[in-house]
Design a protein around this ligand. Structure first.
Ligand SMILES: [Zn+2]
Length: 112
């Protein structure tokens, strides 16, 4: 039981890390494009669409960073034996919920 949760959390972490890596790549690409535009044209005709793409990617990156923090917190709770205890009310988190959301830290009632 504990081993399978650890596996789930590890798989979820890998997923988040991979998404973060590809977002970093897109952001780096965008930064290069922006620098090129800056060299070519002071009026920067594509500047607006570039910056909206930039904020979209930054938003996605922040979401993934939050997800990573949640996954790490779940792993720490699992290691300390607190993984199935709600962090709000101290009640049990149902196995079904933990299966659906391995990084859940609250029971279904407190999550509402
Ligand atoms: Zn609760």
């Amino acid at each position: 039981m504990t081993a399978s949760r650890a596996t789930q959390i590890a798989a979820r972490r890998l997923e988040v890390v991979e998404q973060l890596a590809s977002l970093e790549q897109e952001l780096a690409e965008l930064r290069r494009m922006r620098e090129r535009l800056h060299d070519d044209d002071e009026h920067d005709p594509d500047g607006v669409s570039l910056s909206s793409e930039w904020s979209r990617l930054e938003g996605l990156r922040r979401t993934q960073l939050d997800a990573l923090a949640a996954v790490d917190a779940a792993a720490a709770r699992l290691a300390s034996g607190q993984a199935t205890v709600c962090s709000v009310c101290g009640g049990p988190i149902s196995p079904e919920r933990l299966e659906a959301r391995p990084d859940a830290t609250t029971c279904i009632d407190c999550a509402r």
